[in-house]
Ligand binder design. Structure first.
Ligand SMILES: [Zn+2]
Length: 399
């Protein structure tokens, strides 16, 4: 990845006044705004808009398209080089990290780390190294912080071992004369990050109420309500992977019985396939005992009976969970992302999910709720994690 610093225009986010940040924040909320739209929002006449916007154009903190200081209908947008945040998607066995500019664009190719075991110490050390490497590419005046979208809070919530303070003290010791500790970090569930990213930049743009089904190592639901992501009191809103959907199902690693994840998650499907692989029946003999989720998915797509049935059953459970969620939350659209859908060679799972959602919700749920695939794909979580940091920086200017 090229150092991002060479792209900067000379002005950084930290150099802006509070009013300039408010203007930027408004422009970002809309994606881009004309001068008239800015005037209307702030209650300014054209002369006032010019007085405030002119200096921002000349300092290149905002960009005009087409270029020109006085074009009335030009679209004004934030200069992407004003600031960068690091976005992190943190799963049990993988992490994906990227440098995200103020307009949600990712610089270069995201880093991917895989972990042989979900061991906190190893993950912490390697993540610290990767974050330090990316932070080193960002000019310190333009560094907005690190956002982490985690797949399971319980792994990190012990204050003794919590990742964020460890990284903070290690990384920022010499980076600033101030006291840049907690406000440099933002932690949120991965599904909440994904729903925020899709709302800002993807399939949920323009919607106020929508859901994001994140089907990864675990299963989570991002909830967008009245234009804002719903986080919950403990930050656990939308943890639908642990909805108890069956009284007599398998035990879950969370300690409960019959959680959605025990029926429909990738780890549960691999587990079920491994159990059958150890049997002597015809389907068992066709499976390897070390089968992986992508292999299972390919076999299902090829029409092999047992893997196909696994995905159809999983989809039924996902559709049920979505029908329950939609009944509670009344979204206008549902977006799915992760290891589900056409793009991830998992069309069977998506088709079964949709069918079950329609059947179970038929009397209660509007037929107009569409189920669509994520626009941002595998960078949705890291983009949203960074977006939490960027929005926070714009909303609460540092002294
Ligand atoms: Zn559970």
């Amino acid at each position: 990845m090229e150092a991002v610093s060479k792209n900067h225009s000379g002005i950084f986010f930290q150099d802006l006044t509070t009013l300039q940040r408010r203007i930027l924040s408004r422009i970002r909320d809309e994606g881009a705004s004309t001068r008239d739209q800015i005037g209307e929002y702030f209650g300014w006449d054209r002369a006032a808009v010019s007085r405030f916007v002119g200096p921002m154009l000349s300092q290149r903190s905002i960009i005009s398209d087409p270029p020109g200081y006085r074009r009335r209908n030009a679209k004004l947008s934030a200069a992407p080089s004003l600031g960068w945040a690091i976005g992190v998607e943190l799963g049990f066995r993988m992490a994906r990290l990227g440098i995200v500019n103020i307009n949600g664009g990712i610089e270069g190719v995201p880093l991917e780390l895989t972990f042989a075991k979900p061991e906190r110490e190893e993950i912490q050390v390697r993540l610290n190294e990767a974050i330090a490497r990316l932070t080193g590419e960002i000019p310190s005046q333009a560094f907005l912080g690190v956002g982490v979208g985690y797949s399971d809070r319980t792994m990190w919530s012990n204050p003794q071992t919590r990742l964020a303070p460890g990284i903070t003290s290690e990384m920022f010791r010499d980076r600033s004369s101030g006291n840049p500790t907690d406000h440099h970090f933002h932690w949120e569930s991965d599904a909440a990050c994904a729903v925020l990213a899709e709302h800002r930049y993807g399939a949920l743009k323009g919607y106020t109420d929508g859901l994001f089904l994140l089907y990864n190592e675990g299963i989570g639901l991002g909830i967008l309500s009245s234009g804002k992501p719903v986080l919950g009191h403990h930050g656990d809103a939308g943890e639908i992977g642990h909805l108890p959907v069956s009284d007599d199902g398998d035990y879950c690693y969370c300690g409960n019985v019959g959680c959605l994840e025990t029926i429909a998650s990738p780890w549960a499907l691999v587990d079920k396939a491994s159990r059958v692989a150890h049997s002597t029946g015809p389907f068992g003999q066709a499976l390897q005992s070390s089968i992986t989720f992508p292999q299972l998915s390919t076999m299902a797509q090829n029409g092999e009976t047992f893997p196909r049935n696994l995905f159809v059953t999983a989809g039924r459970a996902l559709g049920r969970a979505l029908a329950i969620s939609a009944t509670l939350l009344d979204p206008s659209i549902i977006v799915v992302g992760g290891l589900i859908g056409e793009r991830n060679s998992n069309a069977i799972l998506l088709a079964s999910t949709k069918e079950s959602f329609r059947a179970l919700g038929a009397h209660r749920i509007s037929k107009s709720i569409s189920i669509t695939e994520s626009c941002l794909g595998n960078v949705a979580v890291l983009t949203g994690a960074a977006e939490f940091v960027i929005s926070k920086a714009l909303a609460f200017p540092r002294p």
